[in-house]
Design a binder for this molecule. Structure first.
Ligand SMILES: [Zn+2]
Length: 242
């Protein structure tokens, strides 16, 4: 049990949304830290956070896949962009773990530009890249670079905010003022992805699949954002094999 994290998460939840504790909630099971018990609300997302490791829905989808496929990262060369805190805590001492970000950060051990990755071809067993590409002006170059640094047979994991009602990704016109782009796409986002996102990954050479789980597992581990304001309803994580 991570007492420090646990106290901090409970305190935050009690301050921000005390009424949640008046509601009975079933026990959930975290796919990352193994905690079983009550999860905490985050804004409009009921039971979004594991109090023991701070994981959120998307993190637990990733944890679910790694656990179900017995993937042990301790001996792997892994490139992880803007690492999610629960994973950073788990992996930061692994010798082959590269937690990269475009600038120095508490959850990074080095600076890496996704459009110009300073590692040789085929260096990594895995690349994890969640909610990064929507911030990157040349996202196709980012995908190409992830493909290049991956070993043949290696896998990369990608997710973006994806609007399922949109068949094609929307790129703003070049002369659109940045404030308008941000109003339409969201804070610091440079485009709106549509259902063609996996096709873009396939176009750079990846074989693309998706992490799937049953509705029962989704509920048990709380893998989906189940609330009215969810823009994408379900966070989809694509498994891309080189
Ligand atoms: Zn957890």
């Amino acid at each position: 049990m991570n007492i420090g994290v646990f106290m901090q998460e409970y305190l935050r939840a009690a301050v921000r949304k005390p009424r949640q504790f008046l509601q009975a909630r079933p026990a959930r099971l975290c796919t990352i830290c193994g905690y079983e018990g009550r999860f905490l609300d985050v804004g409009p997302r009921p039971e979004a956070r594991c109090p023991n490791c701070s994981s959120k829905e998307r993190d637990r989808i990733m944890g679910y896949y790694l656990h179900s496929n017995n993937i042990d990262m301790s001996s792997k060369n892994l490139l992880h962009f803007s690492a999610e805190r629960p994973f950073f805590r788990l992996w930061r001492r692994n010798p082959g773990y590269v937690a990269g970000d475009i600038k120095a950060s508490k959850v990074a051990n080095t600076v890496v530009d996704i459009t110009n990755i300073r590692f040789e071809d085929g260096y990594f067993d895995h690349v994890i890249c969640h909610h990064i590409l929507e911030h990157v002006p040349d996202d196709v170059q980012g995908m190409r670079e992830c493909f290049r640094v991956l070993k043949p047979g290696g896998t990369a994991f990608f997710s973006v905010p994806l609007d399922p009602s949109r068949s094609e990704t929307w790129e703003p016109p070049a002369d659109m003022p940045p404030a308008d782009v941000e109003r339409i796409c969201g804070w610091d986002h440079v485009r709106l992805y549509g259902r063609d996102f996996p096709d873009k990954l396939a176009a750079v050479g990846f074989q693309v699949d998706e992490i799937r789980f049953s509705p029962e597992d989704g509920e048990r581990h709380r893998l989906t954002e189940n609330h009215a304001l969810a823009r994408q309803g379900l966070d989809r994580i694509f498994i891309c094999t080189r």
